[in-house]
Design a protein around this ligand. Structure first.
Ligand code: GH3
Ligand code: MG
Ligand code: MG
Ligand code: MG
Length: 303
């Protein structure tokens, strides 16, 4: 654990440092409020706790912590426990400390036992918070990812589409949206088995992902049906871009358990240029193009 100790009295700082070093903490020091803010900014990623004196010249501990909390909020940083150390036992000062963003307030002279115990309590809360953040991250991933292929699921794809459409409207750019459907996929399942079908889906997504530009999105919107969003495209690029994805799938068979499986896809494209149109209508236009691609022989792009 790394602790920032802030105190204008050298001996107080030194005593604390000795005590904490003995307990195995790494210590960073600051001698006033301004320096505390600088050290916080410099080390904020690695800090686990701030111990800060209240009475200091120029900028007192309350002001320094208020600034630190503001920076944390702006940078959306994780919670960092702050304990005030003060010679004043006034109720009003304790209240001020908590209002300024402190998590605890200890009265000097500090008992080493009490300080260690309070630090343990802060560590417990920090650990709990870390677990919470991690489980939120996992839940969010589960809610937005397709389990088989690892691409965005339908919900995440549609939310990205909505977001990209509003960017298009704002910046006057064009986006291309396609529905990409594997041809005669039922036959692949029936001939090679469902596991082989699954392997084809995974391989197709990997091939496309490897060729997407940063900012492009692929999502699984149905069983063997994917949505692709290419934001910021020129009208003249659209057909060539999607034909490249068609070729990436059709040019080499997918090899599953030493068996070559030929795969093709049909792609229906709709371009959005900021019109008054919902994502449902845009997807419907792409779906109509897909229908035409299927009707006119499959393994093709219709725009
Ligand atoms: P078309 O060229 O007209 O699109 O024909 P198709 O056979 O691809 O279309 P259809 O909609 O008749 O069949 C899609 C098949 O995809 C049926 C379904 O069992 C299969 N499928 C859907 N999800 C999965 C999956 O997760 N894994 C596997 N292996 N197959 C799936
Ligand atoms: Mg002081
Ligand atoms: Mg199909
Ligand atoms: Mg389909």
């Amino acid at each position: 654990m790394k602790v920032l100790i802030v105190d204008d009295t050298n001996t107080d700082r030194l005593l604390l440092k000795l005590h904490l070093s003995k307990l195995g903490y790494k210590v960073i020091e600051a001698a006033n409020g301004q320096e505390a803010i600088e050290k916080f900014v410099e080390h904020s990623n690695q800090l686990d706790l701030i111990l800060i004196d209240v009475q200091m010249p120029c900028m007192n501990g309350f002001e320094a912590v208020k600034s630190i909390r503001k920076i944390q909020e702006q940078k959306k940083q994780e919670w960092l426990p702050v304990i005030f150390l003060s010679a004043s036992a006034e109720d009003a000062d304790i209240e001020k400390g908590i209002l300024a963003g402190g998590d605890d307030y200890l009265i000097k002279p500090i008992s080493q036992k009490v300080l260690s115990a309070k630090m343990l309590a802060m560590k417990r809360i920090a650990d709990m918070r870390r677990r919470l953040v991690e489980s939120n991250r996992i839940l969010n991933e589960l809610a937005t990812t397709d389990h088989l292929t690892g691409s965005a699921n339908r919900r995440a794809f549609e939310s990205t589409l909505e977001h990209e459409m509003s960017s298009s409207r704002r910046y006057g750019s064009r986006l291309a949206c396609a529905i990409f459907d594997l041809d005669k996929f039922k036959v692949i399942n029936d001939t090679f088995g469902h596991d082989a079908g699954d392997a084809v889906l995974v391989e197709v997504v990997n091939r496309i992902k490897a060729n997407l530009r940063a900012g492009d999105t692929i999502g699984r919107i149905g069983g063997e049906e994917f949505g692709i969003i290419l934001p910021n495209v020129e009208e003249s690029e659209v057909l060539a871009a999607f034909d490249r994805y068609r070729c990436i799938v059709a040019d080499h068979p997918v090899v599953h358990e030493s068996i070559n499986i030929a795969v093709t896809a049909s792609i229906g494209v709709a371009v959005y240029a900021g019109e008054e149109e919902s994502k449902e209508v845009l997807l419907k236009r792409a779906d109509e193009s897909l229908y035409e691609a299927k009707e006119t022989g499959r393994n093709r792009v219709v725009y």
